[in-house]
Design a binder for this molecule. Structure first.
Ligand code: CA
Length: 357
């Protein structure tokens, strides 16, 4: 080798040295890219009550290249937990999703809260737009209750797991009560729920996910983990038109067609609220995880009203405002989304839903 090199001209040697350095730089570049890619990947547990907009969000998580969906946990809300779990299994089977499904309990965090009926006029009797979901789906359910599954999975991947909760906050609050220390091991919590500078959608004060279990939501906001709340302030600005849904059916393969079929019922409900299409509440929370730059956030402690006429209202104490001593003091500063680039968010959602279709 040394003998060969002695016979090379200085020009050849210089070129080889440059090539070698280029090779090293390219390996280093590859490693940096891989590292960045790893950093950009989000291990996600999706806590959900499918639910039509939940179904869209689930397909988004399944198809987005930066999301590693490692668990689906179910909660009651859009329908009973029996129905939402069956629906999660149905979508898992239809869309070939690997993540295990763990079923939540069937009671609010405060079990004395009276049960209010399911919103079948929004999501259909089957929770998925009355598309004839089979009574049972022959897939296994994780043996653990949802909140225990969440704790165990976070503890198996400390600092790596993002929790996206798009139903009532019951499972997250139960997990915090069972294992308060696990909160410090969660990377991020992103919630669809609440209404800060706008009216609610189930009462003038409250949004449905929070209203369905206010005590649970108050526990979640007060915990020592980073929470971002994607509420009605931004989701009601994010309306997917019928033409966009048709495009997803066209380009999104069988999964896109099923999603469009499921969404018909919801679009009909939304005719009384928006001129064309549907509000994609739950997908907004998923979009935030991969593209937070599309959202404007405000920081400050968040409390949830529990009881009275404003039951379930979310109220933030902005960090830059001074108040006399109040029940918001000494709580962690969380983020409330107050604005969104709706056009770019819808494009991101639409482009993701058809990936691999
Ligand atoms: Ca939901």
């Amino acid at each position: 080798m040394g003998k060969t090199m002695r016979h090379k001209s200085p020009g050849t040697l210089r070129r080889e040295v440059i090539d070698f350095h280029g090779h090293l730089a390219s390996i280093a570049g590859r490693q940096t890219q891989e590292q960045e890619k790893k950093n950009e990947m989000h291990k996600v547990i999706f806590d959900t009550d499918p639910g039509i907009d939940d179904a869209m969000a689930l397909l988004f998580l399944h198809r987005h290249p930066a999301i590693d969906l490692i668990g689906i946990t179910t909660v009651f809300g859009n329908a009973s937990v029996e129905t939402t779990t069956r629906n999660a299994l149905f979508l898992k089977r239809e869309w070939g999703i690997d993540a295990p499904v763990a079923k939540g309990l069937d009671k609010t965090f405060n079990p004395d809260r009276p049960h209010v009926g399911w919103p079948t006029f929004i999501h259909g009797d089957d929770g998925l737009g009355n598309i004839d979901v089979p009574e049972t789906v022959d897939l296994p359910v994780d043996p653990r209750p949802a909140h225990r599954f969440i704790i165990d999975t976070v503890r198996a991947h400390p600092g790596e797991v993002t929790l996206i909760a798009v139903g009532r906050m019951t499972n997250l609050a139960l997990a915090l009560r069972e294992d308060p220390d696990f909160a410090a091991l969660v990377r991020e919590v992103v919630i669809m729920g609440g209404a800060f500078d706008v009216n609610g959608n189930i009462t003038p004060a409250a949004e449905a996910n929070i209203h369905g279990d206010p005590e649970a939501a108050d526990v979640v906001m007060a915990a020592q983990w980073p929470v971002t709340v994607v509420g009605l302030d931004v989701t009601t600005k994010t309306v997917m038109t019928k033409a966009m849904i048709a495009d997803i059916a066209e380009r999104g393969g069988e999964a896109g067609k099923l999603l469009a079929d499921i969404s018909k019922f919801y679009v009909t409900f939304y005719e009384q609220h928006v001129p064309d299409g549907m509000v994609v509440h739950d997908s907004c929370a998923c979009a935030y995880v991969v593209a937070p730059e599309l959202f404007t956030v405000r920081s400050g402690a968040i409390r949830v009203v529990c009881g009275g006429i404003a039951d379930g209202q979310t109220i933030q104490s902005p960090d830059n405002r001074l108040f006399p001593p109040s029940p918001w003091d000494d709580l962690p500063s969380q983020k409330a989304c107050i604005d969104i680039d709706a056009a770019r968010t819808l494009k991101l959602i639409g482009d993701t839903l058809v990936l691999g279709g």
